[in-house]
Design a protein around this ligand. Structure first.
Ligand SMILES: Cc1ncc(COP(=O)(O)O)c(C=O)c1O
Length: 396
């Protein structure tokens, strides 16, 4: 027997919050915890193009044989263009279909560990907590750089650049390509240029974690950070998650995309990633990749998807303004104005953990204890209720 040597681990705080929300019987309850986009009916919708593609994939299904090592061809052929546009020639790009964004991050970090066992991965502080866990799993050393000022709600670019002045060729710096989780604070285009210049002069590698494409300022705008990096750097890692952008969370679709100096290095990266996947889970599941690949490869379906993701992004921006307007009226201050300029699904409200508890206990408004709220869990119909709850909690 050996398992008794292990300690039981606490449940993931976010999953615990979802359990509490599900057992709450108040019909006014609002889930601003877990990061999924909900429509005005409170559903996590199946996107229109995805539903059509699901039918096409099933109707044309002739076999459930293994797919080839890179994954579903249509998906791995088109996924890189989604993030890189035409900044890089395809013969410099390795791409492997992965088990969603998490799997892409794992694969890329494992590749880095193989390429340079004593490399350091730099993560923004704060970041998505799983970044730390995945890095630990792959054995990479981690450092953090300051990213966000909780008092002003702005990205602390200067402090980030100061810290990253210590990074060099044996370091990989992770940036959230858009819609930073958990803060919603993104660098401006000019700041991305500065970060790319810093990477170039210092010689550090860049890993762009891309999980919210289209949900910030738009599909083109949200990929700009990646393309700025691709234009300036000889090598670039991109972990792409299709979960949010295609509303396909449970199918686990993503891609590990590696831009390399030349085709010979591309082939090395592709073969190494294939072997890492082979020895952990062998191949990514095909269905979700086939569905997203069908959308990406078909002009009409692509347009339908692009229109819908743009609608979702516009709705998130309207919800941000709606919440900020109401909070400005109720508090008579601009304290919550930052919600307008932040991007994507998340913002930190900037209230205490005790006040978050009060939001949950008194009003059934569920948020993470850091005061991160999911804007995608709001609805026009509950904006007044949520704004009132926040205003009351901070007034107490
Ligand atoms: C910043 C960030 N990266 C990656 C992911 C990966 O998501 P998934 O594995 O569901 O595609 C998430 C999901 O919440 C995220 O917030």
């Amino acid at each position: 027997m050996m398992l008794h040597h292990l300690e039981p681990l606490p449940p993931d705080p976010l999953l615990g919050l979802t359990d509490r929300f599900n057992s709450d019987t108040r019909d006014t309850k609002v889930d601003l915890g877990v990061g999924m986009y909900q429509n005005e009916a409170g559903e996590v919708p199946v996107m229109r193009a995805i539903r059509k593609a699901e039918h096409r994939v099933l109707d044309s299904l002739t076999s459930l044989a293994y797919v080839g090592a890179p994954g579903v061809k249509a998906f791995v052929t088109h996924a890189p263009t989604l993030v890189l546009g035409n900044t890089v020639s395809p013969d410099r790009v390795a791409c492997l279909q992965t088990i969603a964004g998490t799997g892409a991050l794992y694969l890329i970090m494992a590749l880095v560990k193989r390429a340079s066992p004593d490399a350091t991965l730099w993560l923004p502080n704060p970041t998505w907590p799983n970044h730390h866990q995945i890095a630990e799993q792959t054995g990479l050393s981690v450092k953090t750089y300051p990213y966000y000022d909780r008092a002003t709600h702005w990205v602390t670019l200067e402090a980030a650049m100061d810290a990253l002045a210590d990074a060099g060729p044996n370091d990989v710096v992770l940036f959230h390509a858009c819609c930073h989780n958990p803060t919603g604070g993104d660098p401006t285009v000019l700041q991305w240029e500065q970060l790319a210049d810093l990477a170039h002069t210092q010689g550090f590698q860049v890993l762009m974690d891309t999980a919210y494409l289209g949900l910030g300022d738009g599909l083109v705008e949200d990929a700009q950070s990646i393309q700025i990096m691709a234009n300036k750097l000889p090598e670039l890692f991109v972990a792409l998650s299709a979960s949010k952008s295609f509303g396909i969370y449970r199918e686990r679709v993503g891609a590990a995309i590696v831009v390399t100096r030349d085709t010979a290095i591309r082939d090395i990266a592709q073969s190494q990633m294939t072997q890492i996947a082979r020895s952990t889970y062998s191949l990514a599941p095909a269905h979700g990749g086939a569905v997203v690949g069908t959308v990406l490869a078909d002009d009409a379906l692509y347009q339908e998807w692009a229109d819908e993701i743009e609608e979702m992004g516009a709705r998130l921006r309207a919800l941000r303004n709606g919440l900020a307007d109401r909070l400005a009226n109720l508090t008579g201050s601009d304290r919550f104005d930052f919600i307008r300029h932040e991007k994507g699904m998340f913002s930190f409200l900037g209230i205490s953990a005790a006040q978050v508890d009060q939001l949950i206990d008194q009003f059934g408004v569920y948020a993470v204890s850091s005061s991160r709220i999911n804007i995608g869990g709001l609805r026009e119909a509950n904006l007044d209720y949520v704004a009132n709850a926040i205003a009351q909690v901070i007034a107490d």
